[in-house]
Design a protein around this ligand. Structure first.
Ligand code: TMP
Ligand code: ASP
Length: 255
């Protein structure tokens, strides 16, 4: 992967120049971070699993008309995506109180919300992705009114779709984070879904047992992260018999 032109390295992914203008290769690392990288670790095979889970979800969202950056998966850890200018606003949708919402407002984890709650955070590692209001977005020019409407509309449609998808495989979609970008074609641009959707950025609870099947296993030192991520992939029907840790070892040896 070092021969290519690296454009950006984030906490869980690396972006390389794509084969054609306007395209990017998104490489999924095994690195895991939490609490704005105060806690760091490596989960062997995570990149492989998140690559296929995100591929599956972005394709399904494309099929129901949610424009997104996914073009195709090109290898175990990589996918070809459309280049976008990332909007520096993280969109969080919550169905059940958990995590920072519970801490911030003193609402017990697990309390169902009467309707999906959409929150915006300013995408800034240094500041710890603080929660912001629409007015902050407008005041600082991070997005305009029309874009905020689009982000909210897409986020709620994605929530409806994913809640049903996960319920169908015995999983509660508690909350998740989305990122969007501006995709330029000539002088025009459109807002499309970007980044990834995987257990790194969602809270997923087993419907029957309540067991956590997402990055909270890492954040809260519960262990069993990869078993949980693999179980999500398996229930989605996208992980055949292959043992992901073996695949990851294989990839390490190759590089
Ligand atoms: P929170 O409870 O920590 O605010 O997180 C809400 C959801 O959004 C949770 O599923 C994790 C996800 N998330 C990220 O993936 N990255 C982030 O930087 C933040 C703040 C949240
Ligand atoms: N993604 C953020 C971090 O890596 C926050 C989190 O997921 O807990 O620090």
């Amino acid at each position: 992967m070092s021969r290519r032109n690296k454009l950006y390295e984030g906490k869980a992914k690396v972006l390389f120049e794509g084969p054609e203008p306007g395209t990017i290769i998104q490489y999924f690392k095994d690195d895991a971070t939490a609490f704005n990288a105060e806690k760091k670790g490596t989960l062997a095979g995570k990149g492989v699993i998140n690559n296929i889970i995100s591929e599956f979800i972005f394709k399904a969202l494309g099929d129901i008309g949610i424009p997104n950056h996914f073009i195709k998966r090109t290898s175990m850890r990589e996918q070809l995506i459309k280049a976008v200018e990332i909007i520096p606003v993280e969109v969080i949708v919550r169905n059940i109180a958990a995590g920072s919402l519970s801490k911030r407002l003193g609402i017990e984890e697990g309390t169902p919300l009467p309707n999906p709650l959409v929150e915006f955070c300013y995408k800034s590692d240094e500041l710890g992705d603080p929660v912001i209001a629409e007015d902050h977005i407008l005041t600082f020019g991070w997005a305009d009114e029309h874009e905020i409407e689009e982000l909210t509309f897409y986020a709620l449609r994605i929530n409806d779709f994913l809640s049903g998808l996960f319920a169908g495989i015995g999983i509660k979609l508690v909350d998740f984070k989305l990122e969007f970008g501006r995709h330029y074609e000539g002088d025009n641009y459109s807002t499309i879904l970007a980044d990834e959707i995987s257990p790194d950025g969602c809270r997923l609870w087993d419907l029957k047992t309540g067991e956590k099947m997402d990055k909270d296993r890492f954040r809260r030192d519960l262990g069993g992260e990869m078993e949980a991520y693999q179980e999500v992939a398996r229930r989605l029907g996208i992980l055949p018999s292959a043992d992901v840790t073996e695949i990851a070892d294989h990839i390490k040896k190759e590089s």
